[in-house]
Every structure is written in structure tokens, then in C-alpha cells.
Design a binder for this molecule. Structure first.
Ligand code: HGY
Ligand code: MN
Ligand code: MN
Ligand code: MN
Length: 398
């Protein structure tokens, strides 16, 4: 079965789960469906599948052991996300293993396909939660206390999927098994469209972080409260959204987004008592904190002029990552010199890059759009990506 056909299956599941306007979230039923798809396919390939202490899935070709060649990605998505962001890397990894098995290749090293949990942070707010826990890049107690929009803690959700909350956290033995990690991912941007190539090698990931801005005013009646008597948190929130765009525009190549803004209680005839908004800020180099500081100053001024309070919390931050130079060069040589691409999208490979030699492959996305249903990859490019990953795994595992 080609990766494209496989992906069709995933896309259908993705579309199915979006039938109710619901996309795949980690630790929720739809993502579990995809996990079931993964486990069943991996087992048909004779791989041994296990779930690690943090909920990441590992499908081993050969007994787990040192210097393992690991590939994979994630299956969770953002609300309303596309079908390829994450699943393409997982399906292509299984496709690559199947191709190697079909040609009778016998790996000299352990090979594993991994599915990292909660890469989008779509439920608990911290991106790459599964790979951050594996590497000890997030404090276990902080992770366990994270709450989803319904107030469910990660500890409760992890226990509900059968994990031992007491063991959630850094897994140095498992991390120590990884010799190389290579993640294949649909491109999230137009680079390969403009370069006219189906596949690229990843070069770097720009710094990115998430901050929560909580504006507190006075809840009140929409009709009985004169304008002069209001402390309406929606006003400084709106001013902050505009300031985000204005201040990001003032910095070379900065990207800053407010994609989520939640008034409480959220009644049409109610002046909100609080408004929470989340800022996603990404600036190449070390400038992200400076941009966020400028935005915070503007937000405080807006809050003060409306008699509201403001609390700002940093929820996650990752600095610039440049992928392992020798691995990057080898990927280029093995694949005949495809283009190299930087990206503004975060990935588990960028978290692992701080601990093990890691690299990325990208597959052309003809729309250049991601984190939206328009995200796409042509079957021919999906197949080219799977062939590239097959070549890379064979070179690394022999
Ligand atoms: O947000 C990101 O860059 C990634 O999709 N988690
Ligand atoms: Mn994503
Ligand atoms: Mn992704
Ligand atoms: Mn009333």
C-alpha cells in the first residue's frame, strides 16, 4: 500500500473526526483512533509496539537497544488542522520500514518508529509535551498539573489512558538508546513550491514560545452599565491583539499570533469579568523575549486605561535550533543534494536535537498552508518522501 493510500486512510479518519468540527487532540478518542491505526499497522509489519511512561508510542524493529535509528512524528493535531501535519511522518516511517522489509534489508541496529504525544499542545497548552517529558525538558510536576480547557489535569488524562502518573517524566534510559532521530514532516510553508523540489532537508527551527495574557475587569450587565462605569477586559484584550501585529511588523521576520481569545463568562449581554488570550510569538535569533516584553508593555497600558488588571504567564519557550551538521550533510548527500529549509514550525525533532543527533525531511505541500484543512501533499511527493526516508533509514541502520 503506498504512503499516499495510507494517508488517504488517515485523512479519512482525520476528516471523520472533523465531521463534527472536531479535530484530533492528544489523549482524546479521535487521536486514539489514529493510535489504533498505527499499532495495528506496525504489528502487521512485525514491529513490537510499546507505550512509554509518558504516553509516547514506540514500534521497534528488532529488540530495543543502543544506537537505535529512530524516526516518526505525531498523530495529534490542532483544532481544525490538516490531515498531514504529523501523520505524514508516521505513515511514511511505516511505509519506509515496509519497503526495507520487502527488499530483504536486515537492520544492523535497532530501528524504531515513534509517535510523540501532544506535539501540538492542543489540549494541555505546551507543545511537544511527549518529547519534552522524554528528554526531561519540562518538569514532571509542572506537566502533571497542566489542565485542559475542561479543567482535566494531564495527570488525570494520563491515568485515564493507563499511564502511571508517578512515572511520568524524564526517561534517560530510553533517550540513551537513540543513536539518530530523523523526522519526516509535510512542509508548512511555500519553500518547496518555489524551489520546485518534492523533498527538502531541514536546517533549523526558529525560536518560539507561548504566553497567556489574563485581563481582569468587572463583570456587569450589558444594558444597565453606562460606558463611563465600565472596566471591560475585552477592550485591553482587543488593543493587545492589534499591538501584537503592529509590534511584530516592526521586527525582521517576526511572527506573532493571537489564535485563541476566551472571554468569561462569554454572554452576549454580559460585560466579561475576565478575558484570556494566548500569544504565540516566534522571532529568529534571541529576540522573541524582547518582542513579548514590548507587547506586554502595550497590554499593561491598555489594561490600565480601562481599569483592568493584567497577569502574563509564559507557558512554553524553545530557543533557535540548528539541526546536527554531520547528519544534515549526510542526509543531503544520500538524497542527491535536495534543498535545505529553515522552518518557523516547531517539531519534536527540534526538542530531541538538544539531546541526540537529529534531522528532518520535508515533503512539498502544494498549498503551503498548514494548521488548516487546506494542508495537502500530492501522492507522488508523499511517495518521494517515503523513498527518501527509506534511503536514510537504510544508510543509518546498516
Ligand atoms: O506550533 C507548531 O509550530 C507546531 O505545529 N507544533
Ligand atoms: Mn503542527
Ligand atoms: Mn507537526
Ligand atoms: Mn437579565
Amino acid at each position: 500500500m503506498s504512503a499516499g493510500e495510507l494517508l488517504g486512510q488517515i485523512a479519512d479518519v482525520g476528516r471523520d473526526t472533523r465531521r463534527g468540527g472536531y479535530s484530533r487532540h492528544a489523549f482524546d478518542a479521535p487521536e486514539r483512533e489514529l493510535r489504533t491505526w498505527f499499532v495495528e499497522r506496525a504489528q502487521r509489519l512485525g514491529l513490537d509496539v510499546e507505550t512509554d511512561r509518558n504516553g509516547n508510542l514506540w514500534a521497534w524493529w528488532g529488540a530495543p537497544g543502543p544506537d537505535a535509528v529512530v524516526t516518526g512524528s505525531h498523530l495529534d493535531s490542532v483544532p481544525g488542522g490538516g490531515a498531514f501535519d504529523g501523520p505524514l511522518g508516521v505513515s511514511s516511517a511505516l511505509d519506509a520500514v515496509e519497503s526495507l522489509q520487502d527488499k530483504g534489508f536486515r537492520p544492523a541496529k535497532p530501528v524504531a518508529v515513534v509517535v510523540f504525544a501532544e506535539e501540538e499542545g492542543g489540549r494541555f497548552g505546551v507543545p511537544c509535551l511527549g518529547s519534552r517529558l522524554l528528554t526531561g525538558s519540562i518538569d514532571a510536576d509542572r506537566a502533571l498539573a497542566l489542565r485542559d480547557p475542561d479543567g482535566v489535569t494531564f495527570a488525570e488524562a494520563a491515568a485515564a489512558t493507563g499511564l502511571d502518573a508517578g512515572r511520568v517524566g524524564a526517561d534517560p534510559e530510553r533517550l540513551g538508546l537513540i543513536g539518530r532521530f530523523v523526522e519526516l514532516h509535510v512542509e508548512q510553508g511555500r519553500g518547496l513550491i518555489d524551489l520546485g523540489s518534492p523533498v527538502a532537508v531541514g536546517s533549523s527551527v526558529i525560536a518560539h514560545g507561548r504566553w497567556r495574557f489574563s485581563f481582569t475587569g468587572q463583570g456587569n450587565h450589558a444594558g444597565a452599565t453606562r460606558i463611563a462605569d465600565r472596566a471591560d477586559p475585552m477592550l485591553p484584550a482587543a488593543g493587545t491583539v492589534l499591538a501584537v501585529r503592529r509590534l511584530a511588523r516592526g521586527r525582521e521576520d517576526a511572527r506573532a499570533t493571537v489564535g485563541r481569545l476566551v472571554p468569561t463568562p462569554g454572554g452576549t449581554n454580559v460585560i466579561a469579568s475576565t478575558v484570556d488570550l494566548w500569544l504565540d510569538a516566534r522571532v529568529p535569533g534571541a529576540e522573541t523575549p524582547e518582542l513579548v516584553e514590548e507587547i506586554t508593555v502595550a497590554a499593561r497600558e491598555a489594561a490600565g486605561s480601562e481599569g483592568c488588571e493584567l497577569a502574563v504567564t509564559r507557558e512554553s519557550y524553545s530557543g533557535d535550533v540548528v539541526f546536527d551538521e554531520p547528519l544534515r550533510r549526510a542526509l543531503g548527500e544520500w538524497l542527491g543534494g535536495p534543498p535545505e529549509l529553515p522552518t518557523g514550525a516547531g517539531h519534536d525533532a527540534a526538542i530531541l536535537a538538544g539531546f541526540v543527533p537529529s534531522g528532518m525531511l520535508y515533503v512539498r505541500n502544494p498549498t503551503g498552508i498548514s494548521h488548516a484543512p487546506d494542508e495537502f501533499a500530492e501522492d507522488a511527493d508523499v511517495a518521494a518522501g517515503a523513498r527518501a526516508l527509506t534511503e536514510v533509514l537504510e544508510r543509518l541502520a546498516k
